[in-house]
Design a binder for this molecule. Structure first.
Ligand code: MN
Length: 281
């Protein structure tokens, strides 16, 4: 796994990766629990180059998977790699981010921002009877040390009624997918960089369903009118390059719902591009 990307030992690795192989908090299509393993399997086939032909160095360390929805276990993984340049969590459904975002906030002092790239606002208090549904990620973040002004929602194009009510009363920074389409990706990066000026650390949470289902069909709650794969690449690269992104996740890839692993390959390609940017920092 991670062909040519693994460091010789933990000390020399700049980036740590771990999986949370859990999909019990999904509302519709499941299957994301197998994403960490499928991404690792696919990673063996990818040459260590970015799409622009830059060579990737062996900078990665894989801490394995957490296999239950358990804060203590996620905190332990996050604390082991607290001092790395960046930690990457592979989900799992988006509820996994509730645990890793909480751990990241608990492990880092200073001003910490949270950028949530997703088709969905995920700001329900309770969804289908659960406070830990993947539709409740940002409400739990607000209880776990992130303030309203720390959070940005990017790529949104689906709302529950309770979310509209919450957002009408709370000024969460929100960029809809149609706004991003009209504005262009570079402008979106500029806006977010301006918003997070003075922050000490950023957690970047990336739900693959932010990308249009035409590019990323293998996910449990596909939403039309989404962003192109290149638009999302430009946003991800720009944010990681210009902001102090110290943790990020890629969630909601569901291999059983995928077509020819298109979505898993896409997620992996994003990860390779991001690894290169972090390595250069
Ligand atoms: Mn989503």
């Amino acid at each position: 796994m991670w062909r040519d990307l693994l460091a010789g030992n933990f000390k020399d690795a700049d980036i740590a990766v771990f999986g949370i192989a859990v999909d019990e908090n999904c509302s519709v299509g499941r299957g994301t629990a197998s994403a960490p393993m499928v991404l690792r399997e696919c990673s063996e086939y990818l040459p260590p180059y970015t799409a622009t032909g830059e060579r990737l160095k062996p900078v990665l360390w894989d801490l394995g998977d957490v296999r239950e929805f358990h804060y203590g276990q996620v905190f332990e993984k996050m604390s082991i790699c607290k001092d790395k340049k960046c930690v990457l969590m592979i989900g799992g459904d988006h509820s996994c981010s509730i645990l890793s975002e909480r751990a990241f906030r608990a492990l880092h002092d200073g001003k910490i921002g949270l950028i949530h790239i997703d088709a969905h606002a995920d700001i329900c208090d309770v969804y289908m009877g659960s406070k830990y549904s993947h539709a409740c990620v940002n409400r739990r973040a607000l209880e776990n040390g992130y303030a309203v002004e720390d959070i940005s929602l990017v790529g949104i194009r689906s709302f529950e009624e309770q979310e509209k009510e919450y957002l009408a009363e709370h000024p969460v920074f929100l960029l809809r997918a149609d706004e991003i389409f009209c504005k262009k990706a570079d402008k979106v990066v500029d806006e977010l960089c301006q918003k997070y000026t003075g922050y000490d650390g950023i957690y970047l949470s990336f739900d693959i369903d932010a990308v249009d289902p035409a590019y990323a069909p293998g996910t449990g709650t596909p939403e039309p009118f989404g962003l192109s794969n290149l638009t999302v690449l430009t946003i991800l690269k720009g944010l990681v390059e210009r902001l102090p992104v110290k943790a990020l996740d890629v969630v909601e890839v569901s291999p059983p719902l995928d077509v020819n692993n298109i979505t898993a390959w896409l997620a992996l390609k994003y990860i390779l591009e991001i690894i290169k940017i972090i390595d250069k920092k």
